[in-house]
Design a protein around this ligand. Structure first.
Ligand SMILES: *Cc1c(COP(=O)(O)O)cnc(C)c1O
Length: 375
């Protein structure tokens, strides 16, 4: 059962095939372009907009900034409520909070672990300004239903697509291109990752792009004239040049994730009390993470770690149980499904740079745990 350890991701392996191409492009950029707002940035923004089917893309410094600027450009802030998923990465909630708006968390669908449209509908109040579904783990939230809900109540629809570059909703649309704004992260761990932080806002309406050009750049309209107080959060030219090289192979890398996910499903169906990710049936899941559930999660994880298998947790603390004051009016028990998930979810290694032999070793190790085999 021994052998080399199995990482949850491996940047050295991921970058090995890209190094020569990246270095020659970076060499060109260093000698020809501006480090800030260089031509490679607008070229990547155009490429990514075309890929998504969005009207425009605006590159920023992180997914968190993409979310908060998306809300801000839509006029959402103090006094407004924004409804999002109670089992999301806490940055979704911080981003809402940083605009001054109040996050309202709703329990996910226990089967899909994704946003539940009925729970969102039940949470709409006279203060609600936006719905912020999260395409968690790489699977599309129920966008057609949420579009209807937003329309019926006159709410903005903002998508957190940080984990779902390339995923498609039930109507076949790329996620992030459906709502007024779609927020992406290019953190190195994501399906489309930079070598450092990065993010972008995809827009359904081009006009918002001009205001975002100002909002991401200290509020400067031109020269020394400042229109408003705003952060400095631009995607770097070098990161954009790298992302532009990686984008054409995003679909291939997502397909590889899907093949590895199918291998897990085949190997782990019916094992112990494991709940495997539900098959979406429509749309396109891109398996940013492969999240299983078990009542024996902690013991299973400990045994996998002892065998060198980097199983991880997304996420062990629901946002409303964090120490930070995220402005959420909810106590323990406030979102029982999210709390149950925090105690039972386990992310098995999945990354395009892993191979089938490694997935099979994880499968064997998980089966061994439930068969009572000591490593
Ligand atoms: C990664 C992530 C973010 C934040 O993106 P950063 O680039 O790390 O700021 C927001 N929401 C979700 C769901 C994420 O996975």
């Amino acid at each position: 059962m021994s052998g080399a350890s199995i990482p949850s991701k491996d940047y050295r392996r991921q970058y090995a095939p890209w190094v020569d191409e990246l270095l020659s492009e970076w060499r060109r950029v260093l000698l020809e372009e501006s480090p800030v707002l260089g031509p490679s940035l607008s070229a990547f923004e155009d490429d990514f907009a075309r890929y998504l089917g969005a009207r425009r893309v605006v590159g920023v410094n992180s997914g968190t900034d993409a979310l908060s600027l998306a809300l801000r450009v839509l006029g959402i802030g103090r006094g407004d409520q924004v409804i999002t998923a109670a089992n999301t990465f806490f940055a979704t909630v911080s981003a809402i909070r940083m605009t001054g708006a109040t996050p309202v968390l709703v329990d996910p669908d226990p089967l899909t672990m994704n946003v539940d449209e009925d729970a969102m509908a039940a949470a709409v109040s006279s203060s609600t300004a936006a719905l912020l579904p999260v395409h968690l783990y790489g699977r599309s939230a129920p966008l057609p239903a949420l579009e209807h809900l937003a329309e019926r109540h006159g709410l903005a629809l903002v998508e957190d697509a940080a984990q779902a570059h390339g995923a498609r909703d039930a109507a076949g649309r790329r996620v992030g291109s459906v709502g007024a704004c779609g927020a992406f992260s290019f953190h190195p761990s994501k399906n489309l990752g930079a070598f450092g932080d990065g993010g972008a806002i995809a827009l359904a309406d081009e006009a918002l792009g001009e205001r975002l050009d100002v909002l991401r750049n200290l509020g400067k309209r031109s020269g020394h004239a400042v229109d408003e107080v705003a952060p400095n959060t631009k995607l770097d030219t070098l990161q954009a040049a790298l992302l532009r090289i990686k984008l054409p192979r995003l679909d291939e890398s997502n397909e590889r994730r899907c093949r590895l996910a199918a291998r897990y499903r085949a190997g782990l169906s019916g094992v112990g009390d494991l709940l495997l990710p539900d098959d979406p049936g429509s749309g396109q899941h891109v398996f940013h993470l492969y999240v299983v559930r078990s009542q024996h999660r902690d013991a299973l994880r400990a045994q996998l770690l002892s065998q060198g298998i980097r199983a991880s947790l997304h996420y062990p603390i629901a946002p409303h149980r964090q120490q930070a004051d995220l402005g959420i009016a909810l106590g323990p028990g406030g979102c029982p499904v999210a709390e149950e998930l925090a105690d039972t979810v386990l992310s098995l290694p999945i990354a395009p740079e892993l191979d089938e032999v490694e997935i099979d070793r994880v499968v064997e190790a998980v089966r061994g745990f439930f068969a009572g085999t000591r490593p």
